[in-house]
Design a protein around this ligand. Structure first.
Ligand code: GLU
Length: 421
């Protein structure tokens, strides 16, 4: 087996994904031609998204959609609105979706989209105009059997409702074109909290295998958006002690544990995390928060927040990647050498796309599942994927991230081969 050294240098998100691809492809002994096929995305789309703002002025944004691989099914992945969204990052995130759908075994390929915009600066009307225009510009590159967007960073069920409506203007009623829709509009109960529920299930199953006691474990969560806040709730309900959380404005730390239900109520009222009143808590910056002494660290915000500058100072015993690519693969070895275990993104946050799959099934069959059924099926898929991944990691003597990429790449390469070229 060719050993690929992990460079000790700062990598972009795309470099990190490509490095992991090379490592896992080498472990699998994948042919060079197949490597090329799986490394390069199938299609990269860049569009101009002009809108008229509330002041009557023209504003022009740039939108991206990358369809990485569709051998196992329609392209699938979220759409994010972020000031730093760019083609390379979207490309990395699209590849992550390809491996994620294969690891959790849902019949989709991988895609990702983004618009370079700071959504906090836009009114609801402007956001609607932006979403509709972006949907128009994506045209027939999306569709229920072609490419199915979903929410991601700074987008939500409302965004998906606008996308579905805009797509429907040209194609008629087509709820299966997007997932993560409002429950009143052909969405599925349990989708909103699905990623957070999946993070909890992944950790719970891994903890069982490791004989690691989750009861009263000290948990730190970076990011208190959809994923972070629901993860906090599930872990709190499971008996963990959530000692610190943060949002983009900063965080709070209380070694005795934070009152998570109350923090969520405050968040829903629009109160930023650092402005939350807890007399026993102290404020921490996002950087400090990552370095707090804890049992479980859950980065649930942006990419590569754990990198060469702080890897030596991380004091958690387990890192669960609720965000996409929050740990640079350049530091996996440093963390592992210090005895820190990582549950990788392609497994840890796969609950979202799994319930997206359930939503899509409902939509194309014009059926409705009840919430218990969604929860049971999600739990079954998450626990099964964790056990399978741990078996592969042990058998191949690799870390969990390498094992996840090996499972994903192997499944996609087989599908490609079977389809023929
Ligand atoms: N944006 C989510 C992710 O990164 C969900 C994608 C989906 O449901 O298609 O996994």
């Amino acid at each position: 087996m060719a050993v690929i050294e992990r460079p000790r240098e700062k990598l972009s998100t795309l470099d990190g994904v490509n490095l992991m691809f090379d490592i896992a492809a080498s472990c699998l002994g994948l042919k060079e031609s197949m490597r090329q096929l799986l490394r390069v995305p199938y299609r990269q789309i860049q569009v101009e998204v002009p809108i008229v703002n509330d002041a009557g002025e023209l504003e022009v944004y740039t939108g991206y959609r990358v369809q990485h691989d569709g051998a196992r099914g329609p392209y699938k992945g979220g759409i994010r609105y972020h000031p730093t969204a760019n083609m390379d990052e979207v490309r990395a995130l699209a590849a992550i979706m390809t491996w994620k759908t294969a690891v959790i075994d849902v019949p989709f390929g991988g895609a990702k989209g983004g618009v370079m915009v700071d959504p906090r600066r836009l009114s609801a009307r402007e956001l609607e105009a932006l979403t509709r225009k972006f949907t128009q510009r994506l045209g027939d590159f999306i569709g229920p059997y072609r490419d199915i967007p979903a929410p991601d960073m700074n987008t939500n069920a409302q965004t998906m409702a606008w996308m579905m409506d805009e797509y429907g203007r040209r194609h008629g009623f087509t709820p299966g074109v997007v997932t993560g829709k409002p429950v009143e509009l052909w969405g599925i109960r349990g989708r909103e909290e699905a990623t957070g529920r999946g993070v909890w299930l992944a950790l719970d199953e891994a903890a069982r295998q490791w004989d690691f006691e989750l009861q009263d474990a000290r948990v730190v969560i970076q990011g208190f958006g959809n994923v972070g806040s629901h993860t906090a709730r599930f872990l709190h309900e499971a008996g963990c002690r959530i000692v610190a959380v943060s949002d983009v404005d900063g965080g709070i730390y209380n070694p005795d544990g934070l009152d998570i239900p109350d923090l969520i109520r405050a968040k829903n009222k629009g109160i930023p995390v650092p402005a939350y009143r807890d007399p026993d808590a102290r404020r921490v910056s996002n950087e400090e928060l990552l370095e707090l002494d804890c049992d479980v660290l859950i980065p649930a915000a942006i990419a590569h927040v754990i990198d060469l500058h702080n890897a030596e100072r991380i004091r958690a015993r387990i890192i669960v990647e609720a965000a996409n690519a929050p740990v640079s693969p350049a530091v996996d070895g440093i963390l592992e050498g210090r005895g820190i275990r990582i549950i990788p993104d392609v497994l840890a946050n796969a609950g979202g796309v799994t319930v997206s799959y359930f939503e899509w099934i409902q939509n194309i069959q014009m059926q409705a599942w009840d919430e218990d059924h969604v929860e049971r099926e999600l739990e079954r898929k998450m626990r099964q994927a964790v056990r399978h991944l741990m078996e592969v990691a042990e058998k191949e003597n690799v870390d969990m991230r390498t094992a996840a990429y090996m499972i994903g790449i192997d499944a996609v390469a087989r599908a490609r081969q079977l389809r023929g070229f």
